[in-house]
Design a protein around this ligand. Sequence first.
Ligand code: ARG
Length: 497
Amino acid sequence: MSKLLRGGRIGSARKDVVEFTASIKSDQKLLEAVIKINQAHVTMLTEQNIINSKMGAKLLQALAELDPKMKLDPSLEDVHLAVEEEVNKKVGLDVGGNLHIAKSRNDQVATAIRMALRTNLLELMNLIVTLQDSLIELAEKHTETLVPSYTHLHPAQPVTFAHILIAYVDALERNLKRLEETIPRVNMCPMGAGAIATTSFPINRNRTAELLGFSKVLENSIDAVGSRDFVLETSANLTLLAIDISRMAEDLIVWSSPDFGIIDLPESFAFTSSIMPQKKNPDVLEVIRARMSQVLGNFVASASTMKALPSGYNLDLQELTPKLWESLETVASSLCMLSELAKNLNINKNVFNKQVLSYSTTTELANLLVKKYNVPFRVSHKIVGALVKTLLDKKLALSGLTPELLNKTAKDSAGITISVKLADIKDSIDPQKFVESHKTMGGPAPAEVKRMLKNRKQLTSQSKTSLKEQKSRLEEADKQLKSVVQRYSSSQSKKVT
Ligand code: ARG
């Protein structure tokens, strides 16, 4: 247990109470950021002559010696005290006791979460792009592969498999953009806000922010320590992403069922039953689907925690942080699984042999009567509907349709006399011709999906460049901080400028 905050206002501590309230178990992720924040803060204090350069140098040396991966003592309250304790161990209380001048754990923790989060967000965004790449690669192999699309989970119309995969790529793109738009609101620096009302020491908030690679100071000190909308915004964005991931998993589960028989999962991603030898179960996808609910749960728990909080810091805020990390990790690992799965997925090329799917081209049969036989669409819709009913009664596929039956149905159901040619019928009910004719922008035609894929490839390559740039900006800030810290650590006596 740390004695740093004991023996003043509060005397003894109870081990079980400290353990119950502590955040130390989930603070490991913040350690690196907390060390950097202390380094930047001490640098700023030295530059502002709030502490002398000798003291600054000693503090910076001690901080530089800390291992950002060191195991945190689980008996401590949190990472902030852990770092202060370590520095005190190295330089004693006379020097170490000044590490906390003009700062509070309240501004420090908000800053640390933002720093860890911005790095995590960039990593997650990279994983989104990796999944987009895998889907695009798979789509390129299936620009001509016919699969049924579904509405209400009933067969709707034939599409190409690439068409479906591009739908996922596009949803992922919007998720990517949402996260990208969140980053500037994450990348604002609360340091200097202190506990709630800043400080009377003549600090330079801009300098601390700059040393830590932030693009802005989060100005109002009450807002800076008491707000977590950046956590909720991220968590909400992760929830939207999780919903899309879950739906993708659900699609793959359904399509892999032998009843649908559209895809064949790689064996390395499937599991069998302990009793039913025939089974090849989609366990990975089911776990993904379930875990995505936890992401939604974390958002709801965090938002409910926030909504009743008075402004300023409350320890309730501490409880949001592990949920944020959990959601990020859960989404990240699921994205990785899906990327790998997509690389190994097999598609059944003969799925349209099934009688039940033969009816999925009937929209085109109705269109034929409009285009060539001058029948109003609402009437042709009725005729073809009646025709499907007859075929189903006779247990016939749509390929069993004859011009005589169609002409008779037109007469019987709508009182219309037409004489449809067999060749026209054949053309309109062929799934291949169906997709080829649906070359409207955004449609399933091979030419159109090839065009879309070309465009989506450009988008992912732009995303990769932008992510690299953002990452290198953060690395550059780290380098700057390191070199300033090195310079100031080695200047023991002379004033550093
Ligand atoms: N462990 C705390 C957190 O994660 C740090 C801030 C504690 N501040 C306080 N006044 N108790 O939010």
